[in-house]
Design a protein around this ligand. Structure first.
Ligand SMILES: Nc1ncnc2c1ncn2[C@@H]1O[C@H](COP(=O)(O)OP(=O)(O)O)[C@@H](O)[C@H]1O
Ligand SMILES: [Mg+2]
Length: 353
């Protein structure tokens, strides 16, 4: 019998104990009707589930939380000698900019790993670099200016409303209702808030008022575009902005969480769907995404396609985000995991089973 392929599922949760807090929607006094249930599954539980599924598929799998300690990572890799790494590390020492360096360790050690290379991760990590790469290749992105430090005044030629974001964050960090500003006073306040709170430049963009789409793409040399998902904002109350804010993404006790409802496949006519697919695929390739990725898009009222960002190695939670699209495409969760691992192995010239 052939030896099983060994997969290391590697992630970085520096404070796993923070997840002991449980949300109970029934006990919380909500002044709106919740749409989603909350299952209180921790990321650690999810990685264990993933390991079990890889085992079901015939791999020899284990998980490792590197808890902000790269020496632990290197020692583990030297001891376990995995054939391939399923890379879930997105942050190191609470700094999203260090994500690329962990993939750099895998490169230096010569171990195949899933997802984007350090260069691809670096390109996508900077929202401004992303915009420059895309716009120089005829892909539309919102007009913007960058503020590196607090100034007396901020001169610009953009049209309100604007949205102010931290330049190097991800997962809706720093994106709140107050990020969307309608006048100079609010703009100034928010720029200063972002610079002080997140200790990084503030990116100011024109706000694209229209539909929001997420395009999942899977593959390496010949990637496939999966069924497009739309965030339905139609139930969002007047006082909340039509955005996927931090609260909408992470806080089940917040109304916005229950009013940003994904629809997959998104209702799009063929012409528009093809335009979105082509734009997303071009963005995936230009940015150096690999294996699996999600491109965030907004459509203007006239159905012009604007790319907000490219997310390399997006969240793989079952039934959410990327996995919603693979499931709509007809792949089971296990099949998608196996596909992603197989891309990494194929790059290293290793063929599965
Ligand atoms: N220019 C924009 N116009 C309209 N909405 C935007 C714009 N930029 C960001 N948003 C909203 O904010 C959310 C998060 O922004 P995004 O750039 O995707 O950052 P993140 O890396 O945090 O996901 C988007 O999903 C969208 O709802
Ligand atoms: Mg996004």
């Amino acid at each position: 019998m052939n030896k099983k392929i060994k997969v290391a599922v590697i992630y970085n949760e520096a404070y796993p104990e923070l997840y002991q807090y449980k949300t109970d929607l029934k006990e919380s006094k909500l002044d709106f009707v919740p749409y989603f249930e909350v299952d209180n599954i921790t990321p650690m539980d999810e990685y264990e589930d993933l390991v079990n599924r890889l085992k079901e598929e015939g791999f020899d799998a284990y998980s490792l939380n590197i808890v902000d300690d790269f020496k632990l990572l290197i020692n583990n890799l030297e001891k376990e000698k995995p054939d391939v790494i399923f890379n879930f590390v997105e942050i190191y020492l609470n700094d999203a900019k260090l994500e690329m360096n962990i993939a750099g360790i895998y490169e230096i050690l010569g171990i195949p790993y899933t997802g984007a290379s350090p260069m691809g991760l670096a390109n996508c990590q900077s929202k401004v670099l992303t915009k420059r790469i895309l716009s120089s290749n005829k892909i539309k992105t919102a007009d913007f200016f960058l503020v590196n430090e607090i100034q007396k005044s901020y001169r610009h030629k953009l049209k309100y409303p604007l949205i102010v974001k931290p330049a190097f964050e991800d997962a809706s960090v720093g994106i709140e209702n107050a990020s969307v500003v309608k006048n100079y006073k609010l703009l100034k306040e928010r720029i200063e808030h972002v610079i002080l709170q997140y200790k990084q430049p503030a990116l100011v963009e024109e706000f694209i008022e229209g539909r929001e789409l997420n395009v999942a793409i899977i593959g390496d040399i010949n990637p496939d575009v999966l069924p497009i998902s739309e965030i339905d904002f139609s139930e969002m109350p007047e006082h909340l902005a039509n955005i996927v804010s931090y609260q909408a993404k992470w806080d089940p006790l917040n109304e916005a969480y229950h009013k940003t409802i994904p629809i997959c496949p998104a209702p799009l006519n063929d012409e528009l769907r093809i335009k979105v697919e082509e734009t997303a695929l071009a963005a995936f390739k230009l940015m150096g995404a690999r294996d699996y990725s999600r491109v965030d898009i907004r459509l203007t009222k006239d159905d012009e396609v604007y790319v907000l960002e490219v997310n390399p190695n997006p969240d793989l939670t079952e039934g959410a985000g990327f996995m919603r699209s693979t499931e709509t495409a007809g792949y089971t969760y296990n099949q998608t995991l196996v596909k992603i691992v197989s891309f990494a192995l194929a790059r290293a010239g290793k063929i599965m089973r």
